[in-house]
Design a protein around this ligand. Structure first.
Ligand SMILES: NC(=O)C1=CN([C@@H]2O[C@H](COP(=O)(O)OP(=O)(O)OC[C@H]3O[C@@H](n4cnc5c(N)ncnc54)[C@H](OP(=O)(O)O)[C@@H]3O)[C@@H](O)[C@H]2O)C=CC1
Ligand SMILES: CC(=O)C(=O)O
Ligand SMILES: [Mg+2]
Length: 415
């Protein structure tokens, strides 16, 4: 058994199984405490909420909670291993919500038959929470599930593998393109994968200026092109009118490779064929489309990112979801709209251009410096500035775009 495997299993097993627990926020020591917390006192907030649902934000934990909900159909890049096997990842997302944004997240793993069953289940419990973070639900079902839940719920519903990934990818990509001296509108993109993350990443990059005709998306059958008859409506958005059919065909001369597919699908020979100063974001977890060592061995002019914590340039939705929900919850946004997503992109991207405080360097003892450049296109998850910067940008965008139900920033945002 490898060292990391055993350490990871021990981490999850000891001293108690799992990674999260419930903590009390009120005293519960005396009989008076119990009379307030439970019967008879609890009846008072019940009456208030029955009279005005908005009082749930005043008297319960609703406003600081997010449900992390999955059906386990696309667990990282490990595939459809079912809801229970997804629980460590969902507990992990809950850990990150708490650690980075002090949001109390609950993991919920749903066993269901039809999409409608899943949607009904989430809709039925949605009012308990301030927001819903859908996670690791495979394409194309994830698109309908998210769209329908956004319609049916009064709280933000956000499929992290789509939008969290897209926001972080776009932030890192804008920075990497600038460092490599490339214009987004001229860049040729190869996107390996045509699922949740791929469709959302490329859609957001188009909103940032990428041209659809410069995008080659691939699924397991190869290039997605206009003469294919097996495409769902989401893949069809990226059908390219081209005679190119394989990864080898499209990687020749490409400026960017974005991997949101599976392990080891890109070879060093493929990378050798890319344009000068290429960008490779191999984001599959836990194993990227190509190992950075292999890529760097053949290209010295490369900017390389992965989804992992143990290499430079971690392109991972952890840089987004805790902070976008913090901003959305704090102004009670009804939806997380495009304005809020783009505000998050620019807040994350601009933070990477600033000098890094000593405490961030201290959190990464193996790293000697973090200076905007090929090895540092995105801030580190441990950077404490992410929370105020991204949450504030998102909350302001929510207010400006009319999504917020509270139209003032919290006082601590103004400090
Ligand atoms: N770093 C990050 O922050 C994130 C990384 N990811 C990673 O992205 C990957 C996909 O996740 P997600 O989009 O949620 O999953 P989906 O199941 O929605 O989509 C997977 C897509 O990848 C394609 N694919 C899988 N294996 C291959 C292969 N060998 N060659 C070509 N295409 C392949 C599938 O093709 P087909 O349509 O033909 O089945 C499908 O289009 C995972 O590895 C995940 O870890 C996801 C979210 C965040
Ligand atoms: C990071 C993440 O959400 C994933 O790989 O699915
Ligand atoms: Mg995920």
């Amino acid at each position: 058994m490898s060292d990391l495997r055993q350490k990871a299993l021990d981490y999850h097993q000891f001293p108690v199984p799992g990674k999260t627990a419930v903590a009390l926020t009120k005293a519960a020591s005396t009989s008076l405490d119990l009379a307030l917390a439970y019967s008879p006192g609890v009846a008072e907030p019940v009456r208030e909420i029955a009279a005005d649902a908005a009082d749930a934000y005043r008297y319960t934990n609703k406003g600081n909670t997010v449900a992390v909900i999955t059906n386990g159909t696309a667990i990282l890049g490990l595939g459809n291993l079912g809801p229970l096997a997804a629980k460590p990842v969902m507990e992990g997302k809950a850990l990150l919500f708490k650690r980075f944004a002090n949001i109390d997240a609950t993991d919920i793993e749903v066993k269901h038959r039809t999409n409608e069953d899943f949607i009904n289940t989430v809709e039925a419990i949605a009012d308990t929470f301030g927001g819903i973070n859908l996670e690791d639900i495979k394409a194309p079902e994830c698109f309908e599930i998210e769209q329908e839940l956004i319609k049916r719920c009064n709280i933000p519903v956000f499929h992290d593998d789509q939008h969290g990934t897209a926001i972080v990818t776009a932030a890192g990509m804008l920075n990497a393109l600038e460092i490599q001296g490339k214009q987004i509108a001229q860049a040729v993109f190869v996107c390996m994968g045509a699922g949740a993350a791929a469709v959302a990443c490329m859609s957001l990059l188009v909103k940032c200026g990428a041209l659809r005709e410069n995008i080659y998306m691939l699924d397991r059958k190869g290039v997605i092109h206009t003469r294919r008859t097996d495409l769902n409506e989401y893949k069809s958005l990226f059908a390219n009118n081209t005679d190119k059919r394989t990864l080898r065909d499209v990687i020749q001369g490409a400026d960017v490779f974005l991997g949101v597919s599976g392990a080891n699908v890109l070879s060093a020979e493929d990378i050798e064929l890319m344009a000068e100063r290429p960008i490779v974001f191999a984001c599959s977890n836990p194993d990227p489309e190509i190992k950075p060592e292999l890529a760097h061995a053949v290209r010295k002019d490369l900017i390389m990112g992965t989804g992992r914590s143990d290499y430079p340039n971690q392109v991972n939705n952890v840089l987004c979801f805790p902070f976008i929900f913090r901003g959305a919850l704090d102004v009670r946004a009804r939806r997380i709209n495009d304005e809020m997503k783009l505000a998050a992109v620019h807040a994350i991207a601009s933070l990477a251009r600033e000098a890094v405080p000593a405490e961030v360097l201290a959190a990464y003892p193996d790293v000697s410096s973090l200076i905007f450049g090929p090895e540092y296109v995105l801030p580190k998850p441990m950077d404490p500035r992410l929370l105020p910067r991204v949450a504030r940008a998102v909350a302001k965008a929510a207010i400006a775009s009319g999504s917020a139900q509270v139209n003032e920033l919290p006082v601590d945002y103004l400090l």
